[in-house]
Ligand binder design. Structure first.
Ligand SMILES: [Zn+2]
Length: 288
């Protein structure tokens, strides 16, 4: 029995064979699937799926990279959705500095630097991009804090998305220690960073990256982190584990993630399944 703790079942990728996908998950021993919202609309669809399918549960939130598209007030609709008993946590929320305006500009410049005009205006552009970076970061921070506040208010834990923003993410979460717990999903940091998260009473979770040839460091962390401090997920439709790498990922592949971690730790799949299921049952509010 495994719990897939992070899927994006509302994405159009899954529409053509949705029922088959659920059956394949059950056949692989993945008995519960948590579908994660990335916008208000996506969260609404997640709740609809959870209401329709007894083994699907919803997490509702706005992803940091949707900060520009998200409306003025996302909390009112999220609060309303949070009242639904099929909602088991808030998220995914957090910080993502991977595509800051200045980095986008640098990329653009690389391809256009043959043009003299681009070079002449570069300093000015750079300065403007940095101002945009600051504004973009503070918008993400505000959206993150609002969702942490909501989580405290409704008594749910949070699913954290963190990319290239480690320090700022922990800084924002620090005052919430003891009030709300988070899972740092798709964990790709060091063992020290995992320990930092655990010391604050949060969790990590691992995706199919643990099966990748170049996933050595993540696999090592997954082998060493305490057995009761992590969960398994796929983040499907992304990150299909080996031997499906590059193809559409789906919840059934949670088993491959768990098998890979079991073998890295030198224990059985059953032991991983038992521990991660119990951890997920404590973290998510399945029976409200
Ligand atoms: Zn996700």
């Amino acid at each position: 029995m495994l719990i897939e703790t992070h899927a994006h079942l509302d994405y159009p990728d899954f529409a053509p064979d949705f029922d088959d996908l659920l059956r394949r998950a059950t056949d692989a021993g993945v008995t519960r699937i948590i579908t994660i919202g990335t916008s208000v609309e996506s969260s609404r669809r997640a709740v609809e799926l959870a209401e329709k399918h007894p083994n699907v549960f919803a997490v509702i939130g706005v992803h940091p990279t949707y900060v520009e598209e998200s409306g003025e007030d996302v909390i009112t609709p999220l609060r309303e959705l949070a009242g639904n008993p099929r909602v088991v946590a808030i998220g995914e929320t957090g910080l993502d500095y991977h595509s800051l305006p200045s980095l986008e500009l640098a990329k653009e410049r690389k391809t256009t630097q043959v043009f003299v005009k681009a070079l002449q205006t570069s300093t000015e552009d750079q300065l403007e991009a940095e101002i945009h970076d600051g504004a973009y970061k503070s918008k993400q921070a505000s959206l993150f804090e609002q969702q942490l506040d909501l989580a405290v208010e409704v008594g749910l834990n949070v699913v954290i998305h963190q990319r290239d923003a480690w320090e700022d993410t922990l800084e924002i979460m620090r005052p919430y220690t003891g009030k709300v717990r988070g899972v740092f999903h798709c964990f790709g940091g060091s063992l020290e960073q995992a320990q930092e998260v655990i010391d604050l009473d949060h969790l990590v979770s691992f995706t199919g990256i643990v099966t990748f040839k170049n996933g050595v460091s993540v696999r090592e962390v997954a082998a060493k982190v305490p057995l009761w401090k992590f969960m398994v997920e796929t983040d499907c439709p992304y990150l299909a584990p080996v031997p499906f790498r590059g193809r559409r990922c789906e919840p059934a592949h949670t088993r491959l993630v768990a098998e890979s971690i079991a073998s890295a730790r030198g224990i059985s799949l059953d032991e991983i399944a038992e521990a991660t299921t119990e951890t997920a049952e404590k973290f998510f509010r399945f029976n409200r």
